[in-house]
Design a protein around this ligand. Structure first.
Ligand code: CA
Length: 641
């Protein structure tokens, strides 16, 4: 059936004059395989080689491909008769009289070990049982609670109790699923899970760790997270099993995509097929390095833009992916980001880092945070809120609001409203953005920690001298309450709910498991942390007032109380929020080491967040008679009537 649909799609594309080679590579049928690859105009010859193995050995067949024109380049095609299921293939393109070297091309959807050769498989055979019934959970952007996870971090330690440690399959196990459901998050953002370079898949016993921001094959799952990287169908099947298990639990799966750079230039599949086409160069002919990783791709080029659009669509179609987090989104142009947005269903959530890691060789508008309003339904991480809480990104030892540094109040308020225009925010006192960047609050990602930089515990230790465990817990809970009550889309690093640390390492991209792993024993050591997170998330989910989803509603119903030193407080008129069962809702964040009072109208309220407890279901009775309520030291206070 699937093959038939593919065939129909190709015929339709030809009939409607669309670009039939939107996805090159191989199309398999049991009778023959069709191969195609795109090159620059000056390519002289393309050789297709067929192998029995994914690595080593000599080709069993070599074919010269035929050329035709395609877009701004050339399309090379070849048909090979017979059933090639289980074989492997490479292309080798000749420029200036020299073959550049073998490559699976940019559109391999299955590969051998380490992604050196494309694999010929029947994709329909990779579907787990019941896959046809798998659907993306129906969760609106305003309702998302995102949990950022690295496969090894999450399951590698023996304390995880999981069988498939460091593998996609760990996320199919009851221990994993039950924990995520118990916590209450509804979207898992998985760190790079496409085929990347830095872990040698032939030496998995070495237990080498990497985040994976070094792409090789963009459209194939990483072999190191599979139980057998030599068998091309295994990683695909196991990835799908993971998606299926999470979807069954009502959890969306968001893929971290890294189209902004490749692992290297000379050996990349981009460069081996279309030299210098996919990369930006400086005026002096050197490669631009806006990614900080040695190169930057050129999304504004027709072929690169088409590649990104088709790649995202492929992950949705083949793997049922629910959303995408664009690494260094600020390296891409806004036209490409909008083209991606337009090409995918509206429920696909798209967000990214609205910055680059260096200057980009592009004179048009880039998908920077400041341009978010020009990219409807695309969100950007708010470093305003993050750094206002924990301290600036360029110095681990500097504190901010959590460490009682004054002057962060307006930046916090910027994050509370979701980076939108709001009459209560003094934008000239915000740390980075001096104007709102989001049109709607769902265009802002609210967070205090992610895989980059120190995790929250380490940052608190590094920036607040003499801090003890009790104070770490108080400030950790305070910080996450700011995040989880923000009108933006809340996002947390996995393991924060178990008070994880990374032994003070702030860039743990290749640190060993001992640094990166979650210690599941902490759930028993600090049960109050998990209990608080869980109730806090439940409170957000149960109360639309904390995720109104519309800038107009936030402007109308959320009003700030006057700032005090290291204290921010606001009132939400819950009566005006559809579906809200609470009336007047007061939220106050006090980072000071002493209680501070705020002015509120007299009346009877219920306290639901107090010190290290969050109990939205059964609040403590509070009667205000003198127009004042005391906010305890270093904590959030939430009460309502
Ligand atoms: Ca790999």
């Amino acid at each position: 059936m699937r093959r038939f649909i593919q065939l129909i799609a190709i015929i339709m594309a030809l009939a409607t004059g669309q670009n039939a080679n939107a996805r090159t590579g191989v199309t398999y049928t049991p009778g023959e395989c069709a191969f195609s690859v795109e090159t620059n105009q000056d390519a002289q010859q393309v050789r297709l080689s067929i192998y029995d193995q994914g690595i080593g050995g000599k080709p069993v067949k070599t074919v010269n491909m035929k050329q035709s024109s395609s877009g701004d380049g050339l399309l090379w095609q070849a048909e090979v008769k017979g059933d090639l299921n289980g074989k492997f293939y490479t292309f080798d393109v000749k420029y200036n009289g020299k073959f550049r070297g073998e490559t699976p091309g940019i559109w391999a959807t299955a590969v051998g070990v380490n992604g050196k050769r494309g694999a010929i498989i029947d994709m329909a055979q990779t579907d787990p049982q019941g896959w046809e019934a798998d659907v993306r959970p129906d969760i609106a952007a305003r309702d998302l609670i995102i949990y950022e996870l690295h496969h090894r971090d999450f399951s590698i330690d023996k304390s995880s109790g999981m069988e498939h440690k460091g593998k996609f399959l760990a996320l199919t196990e009851p221990r994993a699923i039950n924990h995520l459901k118990d916590l209450g998050i509804n979207a898992v953002h998985i760190l790079p899970s496409f085929d990347y370079a830095s872990v040698d898949e032939t030496r998995l016993a070495d237990n080498k760790y990497n985040w994976g921001y070094d792409p090789v094959n963009y459209n194939v799952p990483e072999g190191g997270y599979s139980t057998d990287p030599y068998k091309p169908a295994v990683r695909i099947n196991e990835f799908k099993q993971m998606v299926q298990a999470l979807h069954k639990a009502g959890i969306k799966v968001i893929l971290d995509v890294v189209y902004n750079h490749t692992w290297d230039i000379d050996g990349s599949n981009f460069q081996l097929t279309r030299p210098d086409y996919y990369y930006r160069k400086n005026a002096d002919g050197t490669y631009s390095n806006g990614s900080g990783c040695g190169n930057e791709t050129a999304s504004e080029r027709e072929g690169m833009r088409r590649f990104m659009v088709e790649s995202v669509k492929y992950w949705i179609d083949e793997y049922h992916i629910d959303g995408f987090r664009f690494d260094l989104m600020g390296v891409h142009d806004i036209e490409t980001m909008n083209a991606i947005r337009a090409a995918v269903p509206q429920d696909i959530f798209i967000y990214g880092e609205g910055w680059s890691a260096g200057s980009c060789a592009y004179s048009g508008e880039l998908a920077m945070k400041a341009n978010t309003s020009k990219m409807p339904s695309i969100a950007a991480f708010s470093d305003e809120m993050r750094d206002a809480l924990r301290g600036p990104w360029d110095s681990d030892s500097k504190a901010a609001f959590l460490g009682r540094v004054k002057g962060n109040e307006e930046s916090l308020k910027f994050g509370i409203v979701g980076a939108i225009e709001h009459p209560g925010v003094k934008y000239d006192r915000v740390n980075y953005s001096k104007a709102p960047y989001a049109t709607e609050p769902t265009q802002m990602i609210a967070y205090v920690s992610c895989h980059d930089d120190m995790c929250l515990v380490d940052r608190l230790k590094a920036s607040i001298p003499g801090i003890d465990t009790d104070e770490i817990i108080r400030l950790d809970l305070l910080a996450q309450t700011v995040v989880m009550t923000s009108q933006g889309v809340p996002f947390m690093l996995s393991g924060e709910e178990m008070l994880r640390d990374k032994k003070g390492v702030h860039n743990s991209f290749e640190s060993p498991d001992e640094v990166n792993h979650l210690d599941w024993g902490n759930l028993e050591r600090y049960p109050q942390v998990m209990a608080y997170y869980k109730n806090l998330i439940a409170m957000r989910k149960a109360h639309p007032a904390f995720h109104m989803g519309s800038a107009d509603m936030v402007r109308r119903n959320l009003e700030f109380l006057p700032n005090k030193l290291c204290l921010v407080a606001y009132h939400i008129n819950g009566r005006q929020v559809p579906g809200e069962t609470w009336g007047d809702i007061y939220v106050a964040f006090n980072a000071q080491k002493r209680p501070v009072s705020i002015d509120v109208p007299n009346g009877k309220y219920k306290i639901v967040c107090y010190k290290t407890e969050c109990k939205p279901e059964n609040g403590i009775h509070l009667e205000v008679t003198k127009g004042k309520v005391t906010v305890p030291a270093q904590s959030a206070l939430i009460f309502h009537n």
